[in-house]
Design a binder for this molecule. Structure first.
Ligand SMILES: Nc1ncnc2c1ncn2[C@@H]1O[C@H](COP(=O)(O)OP(=O)(O)OP(=O)(O)O)[C@@H](O)[C@H]1O
Length: 333
């Protein structure tokens, strides 16, 4: 059953515009002029309970604005949203108990205090009884490997530990729906991996629904089977990561290591073109693109016609595929 329903959602920000200079500043004071910015344009999607969905888009595409509307922080210009049966912008107590929003670039825990003090305050805000608080704290501390860290001032923790403490704080009330905006932003690869591992485990253990934005594709490929792609405010793709590969990268990279008796640069670069588009030549190694439907025939042909020491076939990187989708600006799926 869908726990997030979004239909025809749009957001237009009106930003005040002002020309330079004192006169313009005075004029602006009395007679403000506004320019509309369509940050989100008529997007619709549903998320099933327990799903983990990646939300991808370039800078300024509209991801944070969408997450803010889904959590009731920003009022939509038009369209409908329901999250866990609630209308977010009403900010009902029941709604706030069911959701959480974590923003990688914003902190809720107080810098000079130990995390445990802020966590106690959160427990009071969410009306969590002491025994439940202790139980959840123990469970989450263990899952996040934060033993011994919560009694130190936040400023003394590493960036990765701080992010994990933020996640703990955001999950103390055991929300059903997690909106995560760049939760691994700025973390080193080990800390990123440990946040990912935690999110996977949290989703498995509690069946939580997660909508996640990240500029690190490893987060998305490790956690999400489905992705939403937003481009200039519009939703241009909603489907599986695998189908994205199929629709936007209907080719494979074939890397061939040729025997030493070929002078690859001089002799072969010309006629190698018949096997596919040459991507690059490096010593005796040639890499080129072959359409997926031609792959078997082309590989057999290469093996029959050339002296091949090694041959490898790979899919193009997902970053590259998504780059193609964004440059095309639309997807028919
Ligand atoms: N409070 C605001 N007032 C006016 N314009 C805004 C406001 N917040 C965002 N915008 C504009 O709306 C558009 C979408 O911004 P948004 O922050 O949603 O993008 P994003 O996809 O989250 O980008 P990023 O990946 O850089 O965080 C941008 O053009 C941005 O400048």
């Amino acid at each position: 059953m869908a726990i997030v329903n979004v239909s025809g959602l749009s957001k237009v920000y009106n930003i005040a515009v002002k020309e330079d200079g004192l006169v313009a500043t005075l004029k602006h004071f009395w007679h403000r002029q506004y320019r509309p910015i369509a940050a989100v344009k008529d997007i619709s999607f549903e998320i099933e309970s327990g799903e983990m969905v990646g939300f991808l888009g370039a800078n300024g595409a509209g991801k944070t604005t969408t997450l803010k509307m889904l959590t009731g922080l920003v009022y939509p210009s038009s369209g409908k949203i329901q999250v866990a049966g609630y209308i977010p912008f009403r900010r009902d107590q029941g709604f706030l108990q069911k959701i959480t929003l974590v923003m990688g670039q914003k902190q809720q825990l107080i810098w000079d205090l130990p995390a445990i003090d802020s966590l106690r305050m959160n427990a009071a805000v969410y009306d969590i009884p002491e025994n439940v608080f202790k139980h959840r704290l123990g469970e989450l501390t263990e899952m996040l490997s934060l033993e011994g860290k919560l009694s130190q001032a936040m400023r003394k923790l590493s960036l990765g530990e701080r992010m994990k403490a933020e996640l703990l704080a955001a999950l103390l009330h055991q929300p059903q729906v997690l909106f995560l905006d760049e939760p691994t932003l700025g973390l080193d690869v080990n800390a990123q991996a440990s946040v990912r591992k935690f999110l996977k485990e949290y989703n498995d253990r509690y069946g939580a629904t997660i909508l996640l934005t990240s500029h690190y594709m490893t987060d998305i490929t490790a956690l999400c089977k489905r992705v939403l792609l937003i481009h200039q405010g519009g939703l241009i793709y909603d489907g599986s990561l695998d189908s994205l590969h199929d629709s936007f990268a209907p080719y494979r990279e074939v890397r061939v290591e040729l025997g030493a008796n070929y002078n690859v640069d001089a002799e072969l670069s010309g006629f190698l073109g018949k096997y596919g588009q040459i991507l690059h030549i490096d010593g005796q190694s040639v890499c080129f693109l072959v359409q997926r439907e031609d792959l078997t025939r082309t590989v057999s042909q290469i093996l029959a016609e050339l002296e091949v020491l090694d041959l490898a076939v790979s899919e193009p990187a997902i970053e590259e595929v998504i780059g193609r989708v964004f440059s095309a600006g639309t997807v028919n799926n």
